[in-house]
Structure formats: structure tokens, C-alpha cells
Design a protein around this ligand. Structure first.
Ligand code: KIV
Ligand code: ZN
Length: 389
């Protein structure tokens, strides 16, 4: 069975998009949720971009020594050195260096020739290898790059020591068959000298489909984010990819190391730190992903859930009961729901949450998950409850 590595970039590509910035303590809590989820590589930031990014990479490296932590760097000496410095305390550091390779970017953004870009890429990888054996190179805008030139760059960076070569669909332009052909070509060219990685944006709503097609063509690392956050329309959603492999193993015979029961809690934790949650009909983690309203559907579902559900809510950590908690609910149910939402409460905190809950529930029909989450959040903010990990 082939293993696919999950490279999470929630704290880098995700965090750099509008409405998604997080403080270092929030990033650390999110990193705990990602470590708990079992991501293979955790991209914690772009150290040269800001002090906050540098601090986050450094803090995640120190706090999660068992995790492979990546830091982004443009293909320049200053960037690579800054990334290396931020990763100084990481036990498993990865420097991820990139440069655009498409003519559109070369002419309008970089104002460099193809040869200059190739030289910069090789120099950055060579420099990064002085700091760590684990170097990834990304050819930004790979899907709009001349393929012969792209192959030349990929061969050269592998020769210089890159162990992972990423071919991003930076602007979400590709379609599955086309992307699979490109990936197949580069997998063939590199053989077992490097892992080919994919990084798809969702501008045409194809990020997950493109990533899956790429894996079928030989890619073995996928870059993705929780809830699909990321630049513009976002990145491929981690939860959708992982559940596609798990649910359609017959057609997609690949393994990931993800603990799928932690998917929903990770999505909830992220939602609390950024300014928006997944849309209600979002696959796997949306509020309606396991809700049934139409009479025919409810009838079928009650007779046997498999009539209308291809995934069991429990397998992705969605609270068993879709029922709201009301004034007759007890501490036990409240504690369990808080855990499902990503919180472990101490006895005192549970008492405090319960006290406030009964007060609120008295005046309402019941409380939804988001209302319970903000109640818990208020108590947590005052004291010592910890995010479950
Ligand atoms: O979308 C992109 O090309 C990127 C690279 C920096 C990997 O985010
Ligand atoms: Zn990106």
C-alpha cells in the first residue's frame, strides 16, 4: 500500500490569507491540534515575512520536537538563512525554498531570465543543504510553466540536494487530467531521487480533485490546509483529501497517517482562531455535512444510516448526536460535547461552564455547538482549561 505524506500549511498559506491571521499562542494551540491529527510535515510560517512568523516557527520547533517542521523561504540567501535560524531548535527541520518558473512570473514579477531563475533555485537549495538534509523546492506557478524548462529545473534542484520537489498549481488553473500528465512526467524524470509533491489552489473548485489525480499519477506528498483556508479561494482541504482516501480506498489505494477522529475538533479549533468558519454545506466539517431534513432522507437514514451517509460522523469526530443540548442536559453530556469541540475542562471549569449553560438554556430551546463553544471559550479565556491534544 502506498503512503501519501500530508504536508499541512494551515499556519503558512492558510494564515497569510485575509481574515486568518493568528497570534503565536493561537498558532501553538493550532499546532497542537495538527500534531494530534498526525500531519507528517507542519509548515509553521515564512520567517523572513514577519517577526511573528519567525517567532511561530521557532516556538513550534521547540514545543513539538517530534514533528517535522517546515519554514518557507524565497530562493535567496537572506530568506534561506532566516528560515534556518528560525528552525535552529527543530529536531526535524525542513527548509522549503521556492521561486516562480512560469514566463508570466519571470517577465512581470521577477524580471529575470530562465537561466537566472534556474541558477537562483540551485543556489538556494545548495545553501539550504548546509543547514539540513531535508530540503524542499517549489516551482511556483508550475502549471503555467513551459514543461521542458520545468523538468530541467526539477532535475537541477534534485542534483543540488532537494529531497522533495513541489509543483504548485499556484493560481488554481489546472484540470485533473492535465495536472496528472504533468505530475507523471516529473515523477518519471526524477525516479526515486525525490518525492514529488502537489500544492493546489481552489480558484476553479478543483484543488482536491487535482491533488487526487496527481497522487494517482505518482505524487506522494500533498500540501493542504484545515477547512481549505489559503490564498484567494483557498488550498485543497485536508479533511476532504484524507476522507476520500479512506472512503474510496477501492479506487484510491493510498494510506495517510491522519487520525480521522481528530478532523472535526481541528476544524473547530481553527474556526475559533480565525474570522470565519467552514460554510454550512462544507464536506466533512460543515454544520450540515451530516444533517438530514427531507422526509424521504430522514426515513431512509433512520432505517439505516448507510442509505444517505457514506461516512460515519464518529469517524471524523463529529459529535454523535446532532441534537442541541438543552436545559435538561447534564454535566456529563456537556463535558463530552466540550471534548468533541476540542476542549478538556477541569472540574472547576466544567462547573462554571455548566452554571452558565443552565442559565442560558433556561431561556432558550437549546444551545448549538457554536454557542457551546463560545461559552467554553469565555471560561477558558479566564483560566486554565487546555485545548485537547
Ligand atoms: O501557491 C504556491 O505556489 C505556494 C508556494 C510558495 C508553495 O504557496
Ligand atoms: Zn499556495
Amino acid at each position: 500500500m502506498s503512503r501519501v505524506y500530508i504536508f499541512d500549511t494551515t499556519l503558512r498559506d492558510g494564515e497569510q490569507s485575509p481574515g486568518c491571521s493568528m497570534t503565536t499562542p493561537e498558532k501553538l494551540k493550532m499546532a497542537a491540534a495538527l500534531a494530534d491529527l498526525g500531519v507528517d510535515i507542519l509548515e509553521a510560517g515564512f520567517p523572513i515575512a514577519s517577526e511573528g512568523d519567525f517567532e511561530a516557527v521557532d516556538a513550534v520547533s521547540r514545543q513539538f520536537p517530534w514533528v517535522q517542521v517546515a519554514a518557507l523561504a524565497r530562493a535567496s540567501t537572506l530568506d534561506v538563512e532566516r528560515a534556518a535560524k528560525a528552525l535552529e531548535h527543530a529536531k526535524r527541520p525542513r527548509i522549503h525554498t521556492f521561486i516562480a518558473t512560469s514566463d508570466i512570473h519571470l517577465q512581470h514579477k521577477l524580471r529575470k531570465t530562465r537561466q537566472q531563475v534556474l541558477d537562483d533555485a540551485v543556489a538556494a537549495v545548495t545553501l539550504a543543504r548546509n543547514y539540513t538534509d531535508d530540503v524542499e523546492f517549489s516551482a511556483e506557478d508550475a502549471t503555467r510553466t513551459d514543461q521542458e524548462y520545468l523538468e530541467k529545473v526539477c532535475r537541477a534542484v534534485v542534483e543540488a540536494g532537494a529531497r522533495t520537489v513541489n509543483l504548485p498549481d499556484t493560481v488554481g488553473y489546472s484540470v485533473p487530467g492535465e495536472y496528472a500528465e504533468l505530475i507523471g512526467r516529473i515523477v518519471n524524470a526524477l525516479g526515486d531521487r525525490a518525492i514529488v509533491s502537489v500544492h493546489c489552489h481552489d480558484d476553479l473548485g478543483l484543488a482536491v480533485a487535482n491533488s487526487l489525480a496527481a497522487v494517482a499519477a505518482g505524487a506522494r506528498q500533498i500540501e493542504c490546509t484545515i477547512n481549505g483556508i489559503g490564498e484567494r479561494a483557498g488550498n485543497a482541504a485536508l479533511e476532504e483529501l484524507v476522507m476520500a482516501f479512506k472512503t474510496r480506498h477501492d479506487r484510491l489505494p493510498f494510506e495517510t497517517g491522519i487520525n480521522t477522529e481528530r478532523l472535526f475538533p481541528a476544524s473547530q479549533i481553527l474556526t475559533r482562531f480565525i474570522s470565519f468558519g467552514p460554510q454550512p454545506n462544507k464536506a466533512i466539517v460543515g454544520e450540515n455535512a451530516f444533517a438530514h431534513e427531507a422526509g424521504i432522507h430522514q426515513d431512509g437514514y433512520l432505517k439505516n444510516p448507510s442509505t444517505y451517509e457514506i461516512i460515519s460522523p464518529a469517524s471524523v469526530g463529529v459529535p454523535e448526536s446532532r441534537l442541541v443540548l438543552g436545559k435538561h442536559s447534564g454535566r456529563h453530556a456537556l463535558k463530552k460535547r466540550a471534548e468533541d469541540l476540542g476542549y478538556t475542562l477541569s472540574k472547576e471549569e466544567l462547573e462554571e461552564v455548566y452554571h452558565r449553560f443552565t442559565h442560558l438554556a433556561d431561556n432558550k430551546k437549546g444551545l448549538r455547538n457554536d454557542e457551546i463553544a463560545s461559552l467554553v471559550e469565555e471560561v477558558v479565556a479566564r483560566g486554565a482549561a487546555t485545548v485537547a491534544h
